[in-house]
Design a protein. Structure first.
Length: 247
């Protein structure tokens, strides 16, 4: 499974991989690329079923989604990288930290779901709805969770959601529905920046804050007056955090 990606920054610089949210493509990282590309070789990729990546028939598993990222490193002949992920990309980051620790220097994980297997039915229901009605059926509700009402520059994100493969979106929902990354958090050895927001209803802060006590040495940041897709809505806060942590 080869993932679509874009690459910016100096070819000899340290590598940073960027994994997007469910329903988003690599273009969601536009607010970060200019800031990071001065210091890093940035590779922003599309998960399987998203953006320009292939969308094989699902369901997918978190092992497959994480394995895709390791395969991308192998394809690009990159021995080690740092990893930035949000939402689905954050869950994949936790998986990578547990299952491929030798390939990663450090992680910055925004609003990462860690145990959706505790209540899988809403995710299975959403997968069924998208297969039946398309991503347009969940777009308005998704944008309502991703941004606070005062953030209005949502047109590019709406387009990303609408252009996401219905099968790819649904199959990733099924992967999340069966994901529990809690049992091995104590094995994570890389430095981890955890970021949550005070108004995230997709991955509530009360599910992210405890992770900081279970991941050795993790650093926690809580961003106020922000919802789920905080990297897009609040780059003026997010970008300095990333530059400090990744450097």
């Amino acid at each position: 499974m080869r993932l679509n990606y874009v690459e910016t920054g100096p070819s000899e610089a340290p590598v940073v991989l960027m994994g997007s949210s469910l329903g988003a493509a690599h273009t969601m990282w536009a607010p970060q690329l200019e800031s990071l590309s001065g210091r890093f070789r940035v590779i922003a990729f599309d998960h399987r079923g998203h953006g320009g990546s292939e969308a094989p028939k699902g369901p997918y598993t978190i092992d497959e989604l994480g394995g895709d990222v390791v395969e991308l490193l192998d394809t690009l002949e990159i021995e080690q990288a740092s990893y930035v992920g949000i939402s689905l990309g954050g869950a994949i980051g936790l998986w990578l930290a547990q299952n491929a620790p030798e390939r990663f220097h450090r992680f910055a994980l925004f609003c990462p779901p860690s145990n959706l297997a505790a209540n899988p039915q809403p995710w299975l229901d959403r997968a069924a709805q998208v297969r039946a009605e398309g991503t347009q059926a969940i777009t308005d509700a998704t944008l309502g969770r991703w941004f606070l009402p005062e953030f209005t520059d949502t047109a590019p994100v709406r387009e990303m959601l609408l252009s996401t493969s219905d099968e790819g979106y649904a199959a990733c929902c099924e992967a999340l529905a069966h994901t529990n990354l809690l049992p091995r958090l104590g094995e994570i050895s890389a430095p981890v920046l955890l970021v949550t927001t005070d108004s995230d209803t997709s991955v509530p802060p009360e599910t992210v804050v405890p992770l900081a006590g279970q991941i050795p040495g993790a650093h926690l940041e809580i961003i106020e007056n922000a919802a789920h897709l905080v990297t897009y809505s609040h780059p003026e806060i997010v970008n300095p955090l990333l530059l400090t942590h990744l450097s």
